[in-house]
Each structure stands twice: as C-alpha cells, then as structure tokens.
Design a protein around this ligand. Structure first.
Ligand code: ZN
Length: 330
C-alpha cells in the first residue's frame, strides 16, 4: 500500500515530552500549499506499555478534547513508564468546525476505518491512525460523547467480542476508567469504527459517551479527567492504583434498546436520562408541528431499563434515535 501522506513534525520514538503536529498536505483556495495540522503530544519515558488517547473523533464532542488538552500540558515524562500518545482532536477539521463530520469531505471519521492513504482527508486520517498509531499502542481510549444531537448518562463502554479473554481485558480497563455507568454494547453499526480497528488488532480498547448536546459540563469533564488518570494507572503507565467508586453496570443486548422516531415533530421527553422505566411505559411524545388540535404520537419502552441516551434537540425527524433504554445488571 502507498505510504501515508501524513507526517509527524515530532519524532514519535524520542524520549521525553514532545508537542507537535500530524501534518497532512491539503491544497485549497485559501492555502494552495496548505496542510491540516492536527496537534499531537507524545510523552515517553523508558520501556513500558503504550496508551493511545484520542478525543474529538467526532468534532462536536468535547469532554475528551478538554481532558486530553489538559493532560498533554500537565503530564510529565517522569510521571510515565512507557509511552502516552495524546491526540485531543482526532478529526481536526471537524473539531475546528464544531461539527460531527469533516467540513472538507463530510467524512465521519468513526465510519472511515481502515481508511485510505489516497482517499479523502478523513480517510487519510483514518489510514494514519490504523497503520501508524494503532500498531504502537497496547491500550486505546477513545473519548466520545453525544455531540449536538444526542445526550447520554456518562458511561464507559466496551463491545461484545468473540475473543472473551480480550473482552475481559477491555472490561477491566473500563472498570478502571470508572465512569458512573459502565456499558457492554452489542454494536449494530461496527463497520469503519476506530473501535473495530483497535479490537481487531487485539488492543485493549475502551470508548465512552460522557454527555452530549454539543458542549461539556463541569461534571462530565471531571469524569473524563479522573477516568483518563485511572486508565493510565490501570495500564501500568502512571503511578497509583485505580480507586473504584460504584458504577451502574449496563447492557445493551439487542435492538429493542433503541427507540427510533417514526415521525417528524416536536419532541416531548416524558422520562429523563438516568430514569428507570418499565416495558410499555411512556418515554416520549412527538407532537405535530404543522397544525394544532391533533393527538401526539406516543413512544413506549420496549424493555425494562434505564434511559441511557436521548435525542438532544427539541425537534426530531423520522429515523432519528429518540431514546436508548439500557438494561441494568447490578
Ligand atoms: Zn462520537
């Protein structure tokens, strides 16, 4: 395969703390010989495991971007045994635009793996991560939240994997991140995800959904800050033993967890994030926005569980995920 057009401006193998860029040439109207310059920090100290920490895989998700920006500027080489690769804004064009997908090519980075070295800008980023960052890593943490259109209870997540020993390693890393909720997902749309790329390569992989709505809160950022530190301790890269606070263990075993809107309209949530619901219970109404005097459409839970996710904006469209009901295991 042809080489990646992305080149780091730092030596990824050098000892110490280095701050630089992943430089991707991108010729355009306002910079004929311009480049996408994605910030990257590598902190390396001697022999040991490597963790790859990423945020803003989707450009409108901020907890990872904030926590990893702070980590990059505060983590010292003497605090590290091994290596930490930090990319706070993985889909950098999308992050700068404040959008889920890239404004350059509309690329959804988390549906673009394994990527292409001669593809779109987003595919080139995916290819670089796939062939140059993932192989370096033993542990991978990709911090997501809901973005502008979804909101979640704060959870760390792993996937159901065929290799149960690998799934168990992932579960222990998720427990170390120790979000208020811990989720095991059966992924319905796994093709093209960084998750799948990392898991297929045998890595210990944890992702998160820490909030949403296109912003971050003091509480959700604190969960990310603490989770990242605990994750690095679990990896054996930083000092300390992860401290376990109670976490609510969630499962999303099948498609009954998802409530999809079949109507366009005005969304009235009848239950909020974190609420317990019973099968058949009213979760939301969708009101007609074109006329008054009509009955709203009611949406009900298809299983017992907790409201773990919801559509965030006030208006909803046919086909949008309205709510996610997760099973509580503890
Ligand atoms: Zn995301």
């Amino acid at each position: 395969m042809r080489p990646s057009p992305i080149s780091p401006t730092i030596d990824l193998d050098a000892q110490g703390a280095q701050h630089g860029f992943l430089k991707l040439p991108y010729s355009r109207d306002d910079a004929a010989w311009g480049a996408v310059m994605t910030p990257i920090t590598v902190i390396r100290n001697g022999q040991g495991p490597t963790a790859l920490l990423t945020g803003a895989n989707h450009g409108d998700e901020y907890e990872g971007a904030i926590a990893l920006t702070k980590l990059a500027s505060t983590l010292r080489p003497e605090d590290v045994r091994g290596c930490v690769i930090i990319v706070p804004f993985l889909n950098y064009p999308a992050f700068r635009a404040g959008t889920r997908t890239s404004p350059i090519d509309r690329g959804n980075l988390n549906r673009s793996f394994p990527g292409k070295p001669d593809g779109t800008v987003t595919e080139k980023i995916a290819d670089y991560v796939q062939r140059h960052l993932l192989p370096r890593a033993d542990f991978v943490l990709d911090i997501h939240s809901g973005g502008k259109t979804l909101d979640f209870v704060p959870f760390a997540a792993i996937h159901v994997l065929e290799d149960k020993a690998q799934q168990e390693r992932c579960r222990k890393a998720m427990e170390a991140f120790n979000a208020p909720y811990s989720m095991t997902l059966l992924e319905l749309d796994a093709v093209g995800m960084l998750d799948t790329a990392a898991e297929s390569a045998g890595k210990v992989f944890v992702s998160t959904e820490l909030g949403g709505g296109g912003s971050a809160t003091a509480r959700s950022v604190a969960i990310a800050d603490r989770g990242v530190r605990q994750f690095l301790a679990h990896c054996g890269i930083c000092e300390g033993r992860p401290e376990a606070r109670p976490t609510i263990v969630l499962d999303m075993p099948d498609s009954d967890c998802y409530i999809t809107s079949l109507h366009d309209g005005l969304l009235e949530m009848c239950r909020d994030l974190g609420d317990d619901v019973r099968k058949g219970e009213l979760v939301a109404r969708v009101h007609d926005t074109r006329r008054t005097g009509t009955e709203p459409v009611e949406y009900h839970a298809r299983r017992d569980g907790v409201v773990a996710g919801r559509h965030f904006p006030g208006l909803i469209g046919c086909g949008d995920t309205l709510a996610v009901i997760a099973e509580v295991l503890n």
